[in-house]
Design a protein around this ligand. Sequence first.
Ligand code: GLN
Length: 251
Amino acid sequence: MCRHLAYLGNEAAIASVVIEPVRGLYRQAWAPRLQRYGTVNADGFGVGWYPDDGAPARYRRAVPMWADRSFADIARVTRTRCLLATVRSATPGMPPDESAAAPFASGRWLFSHNGAVDGGTASLEGLAAALPVSRLLTLESTVDSALLWALVLARLDGGEAPAPALGSVAADASAAAPGRYNFLLTDGERIAATAWGDTLFWTVRPHGTIVASEPADDLPDWNQAPDRTVLVATRGRVDIEPIHPARKETA
Ligand code: GLN
């Protein structure tokens, strides 16, 4: 199980959000505290962030975050108002390369999936069948998370708002195949996230809002999202609601 984190707030160095916090993502790569599946997150990492204008930039690698000395430099000098970062523990059978490391991207969107589809992506065949072939052929990776991202993106492109799009895909995927479907999504202005099978926390601080798999420090202002909920965070505000189960197909 991976760990992921999104930040929205005052302009800050990537390092101050990702590397410096005492229990932050950098440390969670080898010492997560609340991880239920897997032990270390050493199969790659990724950060996506927003320049002052235009589409987000990504830096992804197939090595552990702590093993990339150049990333420490880039993170120290790159500043942003919004980022999405991940450390990866690859699900058995999933590809090991950089293209499987979140965040996945399209236009202004950045997306991450913390979890796995029991039975692998073949279990989602019914849902995938609704996607255009062109979309299936242009998946960024054969990792399960990339297929889930394509399902979310199809809803976003269809005009759905982030929270219902994430909630519907989590519910539909879970109805098709048991699994863990913690999603994290941002467009640079708001963050949406699901808790479905693994932990999710958020905190709203004067300098910014953080949504993360687990708290990045020991301050007492972290809130845990109940399982099977979806939240939307903007600067200074978090709204959270239950995800309604997918309706059963009737013959
Ligand atoms: N299944 C995804 C992968 O293999 C995510 C794994 C995770 O959350 N640990 O990368």
